[in-house]
Write a protein of this length. Structure first.
Lengths: 245, 253
């Protein structure tokens, strides 16, 4: 549980850093190129299969734990004052995890599945090699190309241009987050991430046997400020950015 | 704090035996001295029940000075009631308000079946101890106590772990009914001392295996066990046991 959990935490950091390119004001060129890299680089592809396995493993083991632990108390208490002795997050990891599993399914079908198997339109970017200006032109709706990425250089009277034709995942993202329901769903899911990691990150260390005053401070600090606050806030900023853009 | 008398309403779990279903009975109790311990209040209730020709409430108790680990009782949603680092026998009625309704249940966990009313069978703990919570010593004269040097820190930590009275509040408090705090305290008290080293790996594997066999839940590090422990056994014991267990599993023959 802890092993897959911490691996998923490292994924979140990478995912966060990569997705920050959504905020770049270049009509999505950097983000779309990043999407190509993430789906073609052999190393990243290998790690991504490990990631899918980790998500499934983490979920299956989590569900198993919830049911096994329920069996250890067949008769429930009439009155149980959980808040007197433990945090809400620590007692509701199963519920939070279930929300996150639903979120992962929706998130993957919206973007990952669409990108790989669905119909994502292509976009053409002309980058002026002298001043770096990017010009954006949508490709015709029925346009298809063999490679995910085509790059050519063109000389025109106005100067040298690099022409980039790439699947426009950025459009999918920016259009998707025009829907208030999707934005609300994402924000709620990020709250679930926050509470899940507030307990989960430091709990993983305890499961590995790491619980010592010398280390707990830094573990709790990272768990709270980076994983429970920084990461969810950063991800939550993305749907909000496109909704209000 | 001056003595006064309060009226309380008790909602007590009554169950004839381990097979029967059980349910709550409500008992109003008037003129309860705030200087009474919680168990003395139950003594008064039971005398009243006996005088009325009713079956008194069965509950576990022995030393009544907070060191034997016999008393249990899940009071208003918390093991050993609302106070920290206190057993039920050391809990006093001054911790309750006049007119309060107090809900009293037995420990609830599959490995702790109810014998009668508030009494549960905690012999699962004894079987875990039998599985490895001991050191093997040759017969004959005991060695001089000071012959084995022990670091003061380790002696202190070992003693703190050994303060566990095995009452089962950790299991009762845990949302998973996990016994990790109890088992880890019993593993740690020996793992921290030189005398515990020869059987250290085997001990942790055997005790964890027995714990799982008994049907206790898995630890999710909520920390409720330590927060509710009347002896304030530290969560660090669980981490130590996890460390020892991982190392033992990886190196055991």
């Amino acid at each position: 549980m802890g092993l897959t959990g911490l691996f998923l935490c490292t994924f979140l950091v990478v995912h966060m850093i990569g997705n920050l390119q959504l905020f770049k004001n270049d009509q999505g060129l950097a983000f779309n190129l990043y999407a190509v890299l993430m789906t073609t680089n052999p190393f990243i592809k290998t790690v991504s299969y490990l990631l899918y396995l980790s998500i499934i493993g983490h979920a299956v083991q989590g569900i198993y734990l919830v049911f096994k632990n329920k069996q250890s108390r067949p008769v429930q208490y009439a009155v149980y004052d959980g808040k007197a002795s433990s945090t809400w997050a620590s007692r509701n990891m199963g519920l939070l995890g279930t929300i996150l599993l639903v979120f992962v399914a929706v998130h993957l079908s919206d973007f990952w599945f669409e990108y790989k198997f669905g119909h994502v339109p292509y976009a053409t970017y002309a980058t002026n090699l002298e001043n770096g200006d990017v010009k954006f032109m949508p490709a015709p709706p029925d346009y298809k190309q063999f490679n995910k990425l085509e790059e050519t250089t063109m000389s025109t009277p106005e100067g040298q241009f690099k022409i980039t034709i790439v699947k426009n995942l950025y459009l999918e993202v920016s259009e998707g987050f025009k829907s208030p329901w999707l934005v609300i769903f994402y924000l709620l899911s990020m709250c679930a991430v926050s509470f899940h990691l507030y307990h989960g990150f430091q709990s993983a260390f305890k499961s590995f046997g790491i619980n010592h005053p010398k280390i707990n401070g830094i573990v709790n600090f990272i768990g709270t400020w980076i994983f429970a606050i920084g990461i969810p806030a950063g991800f939550a900023a993305m749907p909000l950015y496109f909704f209000f853009k | 704090m001056s003595e006064q008398n309060i009226n309380v309403t008790l909602k007590v779990w009554r169950q004839r035996n381990s097979q029967s279903k059980g349910g709550f009975e409500t008992y109003p109790l008037n003129d309860v001295s705030t200087d009474m311990s919680f168990l003395e209040m139950f003594d008064v209730l039971n005398e009243k029940l006996i005088q009325e020709g009713k079956d008194p409430v069965a509950f576990d108790h022995d030393c009544r000075e907070g060191i034997c680990g016999m008393c249990s009782m899940f009071i208003n949603g918390r093991p050993h009631g609302p106070k920290q680092a206190v057993t039920t026998c050391q809990l006093h009625m001054r911790s309750f308000k006049n007119g309060e309704t107090i809900v009293v249940e037995p420990w609830r966990a599959k490995p702790f079946p109810v014998i009668k009313d508030l009494v549960v069978d905690r012999s699962a703990f004894d079987r875990i101890i039998s599985a490895g919570g001991f050191i093997s010593v040759n017969t004959g004269n005991a060695q001089d106590a000071n012959a084995i040097p022990i670091a003061k820190d380790n002696a202190d930590e070992s003693f703190a772990a050994a303060a566990c009275i095995g009452c089962g509040a950790c299991v009762a408090a845990c949302k998973n009914a996990s016994a990790m705090l109890f088992v880890s305290a019993k593993v740690s008290q020996l793992a921290l001392l030189p005398q515990g080293q020869p059987e250290r790996k085997q001990r942790v594997m055997d005790m964890v295996a027995q714990m799982d066999n008994e049907g206790f839940g898995a630890c999710t590090n909520t920390g409720a066990c330590s927060a509710e422990c009347p002896k304030e056994i530290s969560l660090t014991n669980i981490a130590r046991m996890n460390r020892d267990f991982l190392a033992a599993e990886m190196t055991a023959k």
